[in-house]
Design a protein around this ligand. Structure first.
Ligand SMILES: C[S@@+](CC[C@H](N)C(=O)[O-])C[C@H]1O[C@@H](n2cnc3c(N)ncnc32)[C@H](O)[C@@H]1O
Length: 412
């Protein structure tokens, strides 16, 4: 068997929308708290296994069957959790989800450490076996996109970007298996794959990734694609680009790479983002056409000059939605890169105001925002003038995500 090429995982909107446990629930509960048959037997005779009203007074195994029959994955996870919590309390003398999680992690870690090397300290293992076993550990913990994560780790250890063309029988050496396992342990803590690998592909460049700088999303590659198409028409012209909130430098560096006549200024409110953009520019040999400035867009921008193109993927998650972010986003990525205030438009408002004085005649502004925002932005610029709203573009899931505006010449 050979592995097929697969798309790299996205992040908050991760690799696949749902992750379905491949173990049956009874196997899962058994593995979770009772690796021995005696423990499973104990589970079968436990008559008050769940705190959940719907399942009280049911034997644990019946609860498992009921949940297994449920079609709804989210409710499966919910009941699975309540079963595992009370099962842990009943049979493992653990209470509280934190202790359960610790127990669960340490149990899974111990069994994986055992299975990694049963006969000697360093054993070779086929890629296919390592992939199956390690993805199972992530599946059992509900980590997003478990298989793709492990595929990337194995590929990385082999010095490749994907497992495409690698035979499942190919042997990994003991130290290679250990390196994959170290990465899986970080993933167990919900660390994004991109931070674990330390680099990520964006358009046709490779960027270094450093926590907590925002990880570029696939939608942003789409935005870069449409800007590239627009700029093709200006190929013989000198182009000055400004990026507001450059993060890792993804947008600016991808455009600089494509257009040798372009010069750019990239600003960001955080030093870690500026440092990473500068580092990525050095790695890509693009420093001579880029000026990275540590600057908040709400501050004085008078010294920046004027630009033919301004682009921004600002923080746009509203306050309410901040509470619903996946742990792999909320724990690891900088909230300055995510939180856009009450309605998600705090930074966008500053960008719209500043763009009026930063754009050249006929200069264009390109924004990546949340789905409800384009309509709001259109009304904002109609009220204030200075910019003309040209159009809204959709992302690959057909959601309104990108706004194109132009200097209207009315306010200067
Ligand atoms: C969603 S991230 C986008 C990063 C990068 N452009 C990308 O698409 O991957 C938003 C970036 O804006 C920066 N930022 C937030 N508020 C800002 C402000 N008021 N002025 C300048 N940059 C800001 C954050 O630090 C973060 O790096």
């Amino acid at each position: 068997m050979f592995f097929q090429a697969c798309a790299r995982p996205s992040v908050c909107a991760p690799l696949s929308k749902t992750c379905k446990p491949t173990l049956s629930l009874s196997q899962f509960v058994a593995r979770l708290c009772a690796p021995s048959p005696q423990h499973l037997q104990k589970a079968k005779s436990s008559t008050k296994a769940s705190n959940d009203g719907r399942y009280s007074n049911m034997p644990c195994v019946s609860i498992c069957q009921s949940i297994s029959a449920s079609k709804h994955t989210a409710s499966k996870h919910h009941y699975l959790d309540s079963v595992s919590r009370s099962f842990a309390a009943n049979t493992c003398s653990l209470t509280g989800s934190k202790r359960l999680t610790e127990y669960r992690n340490s149990h899974l870690n111990m069994s994986m450490e055992r299975s990694l090397c049963t006969t000697s300290d360093r054993c070779n293992r086929p890629v296919g076996d390592v992939l199956e076993e390690m993805q199972q550990v992530l599946v059992e913990l509900g980590v997003l996109e478990p298989r793709k994560s492990v595929e990337f780790f194995i590929a990385h250890v082999l010095g490749m970007s994907t497992l495409h063309g690698v035979s499942a029988d190919r042997e990994l050496t003991g130290p290679e298996v250990e390196r994959v396992w170290e990465m899986v342990k970080l993933r167990q803590q919900r660390m994004p794959v991109q931070y674990i690998l330390g680099e990520w592909d964006f358009c046709d460049i490779v960027l270094k990734m450093r926590q907590p700088v925002f990880i570029p999303r696939p939608e942003t590659e789409e935005l870069v694609g449409v800007i590239k198409s627009y700029l093709k028409g200006l190929e013989h012209q000198q182009i000055r680009l400004l990026e507001i909130g450059c993060g890792s430098g993804a947008i600016t560096l991808a455009l600089l790479k494509e257009f040798p006549q372009m010069e750019a200024v990239a600003i960001d409110k955080t030093t870690h983002a500026c440092e990473l953009t500068a580092h990525n520019a050095t790695c890509l040999g693009l420093t001579d056409r880029l000026n990275v400035i540590h600057l908040d867009i709400s501050a004085d921008t008078g010294q920046l000059g004027v630009f033919d193109v301004i682009v921004s993927n600002p923080p746009y998650v509203n306050t309410e939605d901040m509470g619903t972010l996946d742990p792999q986003v909320s724990r690891y990525e900088d909230h300055t890169a995510l939180h856009g205030g009450g309605d998600g438009l705090d930074v966008v408002r500053h960008v719209l105001t500043k763009a009026q004085s930063l754009l050249t005649h006929k200069g264009t502004l390109w924004l990546e925002v949340d789905t409800p925002h384009p309509v709001r932005i259109q009304s904002l610029v109609e009220e204030t003038g200075g910019l003309r709203y040209l159009r809204t573009l959709q992302d690959f899931t057909a959601r309104d995500r990108f706004c194109v505006l132009q200097y209207s010449g009315c306010t200067r």
